[in-house]
Design a protein. Structure first.
Length: 282
């Protein structure tokens, strides 16, 4: 019987499929935010602390300064998803380069690069991110840089372990005998076979990046020109009794977004697992 495809195994998981659909819809809403809510998320255009579903024009209510919460949530999605994607790409590039060099060449190259990775890992990630953003001027660029600097060691170690395992395989040895360069062997032979666990890890890196950005914004270290879910929670934390919805809605947005990314990552892990051989126990 023919093995099912990766998509079939992924779509057979309801939680992963729902998570993927949620992220797709959230991404489309974030892209369309300027057309859905033409005004600025900083614009004070209604009564402060307006409760949800009391005005059709501001159906999710308003904050302390009369800013529309629905508009803030849409623009906050743009920030969270942008930071998540860009930080994941930056982490991938750094971790892939370091891990590939360490795993392929081994020896002193491996030792030096892994000692550098250990240096970054002994410091709590959020603490290091806070220090980096506080030293540099808070902006989306510095937040992405800070998240990538604290997240790359885990990716580098994963890539290194995959390269250490794969570099001794027969197809890699055959490529060496045929005279392929180390760069060609890395990109044509080893890397494609290491993509499955790498993609799964990157999904969790993205979830961590979204949480880290929200935490930095909550601490007042976010981009002052960008509306963020973390900033919205920070701005309304003193009004939990009088206007609970102002903190609840951005908090739920963070929760559902991170949960969706995690479900997609778990779905990818299961879908990318090698198919069991006939007769192998489940």
């Amino acid at each position: 019987m023919k093995d099912s495809s990766v998509w079939q195994r992924f779509s057979a998981q309801p939680a992963a499929l729902v998570g993927a659909v949620f992220l797709l819809l959230l991404g489309l809403l974030a892209i369309a935010a300027p057309w859905i809510s033409p005004g600025s998320p900083w614009e004070m255009n209604t009564t402060p602390m307006l409760a949800p579903f009391t005005q059709a024009a501001h159906w999710l209510g308003s904050d302390l300064l009369g800013r529309d919460l629905a508009t803030g949530l849409l623009y906050g999605a743009r920030v969270s998803l942008s930071v998540g994607v860009l930080a994941t790409l930056a982490t991938l590039l750094t971790g892939l380069l370091v891990g590939a060099l360490a795993g392929y060449f081994g020896g002193w190259v491996d030792a030096v690069l892994m000692r550098i990775a250990e240096f970054f890992q002994i410091i709590p990630q959020l603490v290091l991110a806070v220090i980096l953003v506080a030293v540099l001027e808070p902006s989306l660029g510095t937040i992405v840089l800070a998240i990538a600097l604290v997240a790359w060691p885990a990716v580098a170690r994963l890539v290194r372990s995959e390269f250490l395992s794969l570099r001794q395989r027969e197809f890699v040895q055959a490529a060496r005998v045929l005279g392929q360069s180390p760069l060609a062997i890395v990109f044509r032979q080893i890397l494609p076979n290491a993509l499955a666990p790498l993609l799964v890890t990157l999904s969790f890196v993205m979830a961590t990046a979204i949480l880290t950005e929200a935490a930095l914004a909550f601490l007042g270290l976010g981009d002052p020109d960008a509306m963020s879910w973390g900033y919205m929670i920070n701005a309304s934390r003193g009004m939990l009794r009088e206007a609970w919805w102002m903190s609840l809605m951005p908090g739920l947005a963070i929760l559902f977004c991170v949960l969706a990314v995690n479900r997609v990552g778990e779905g990818l892990r299961i879908a990318l697992e090698p198919a069991r051989r006939p007769g192998e126990s489940s």
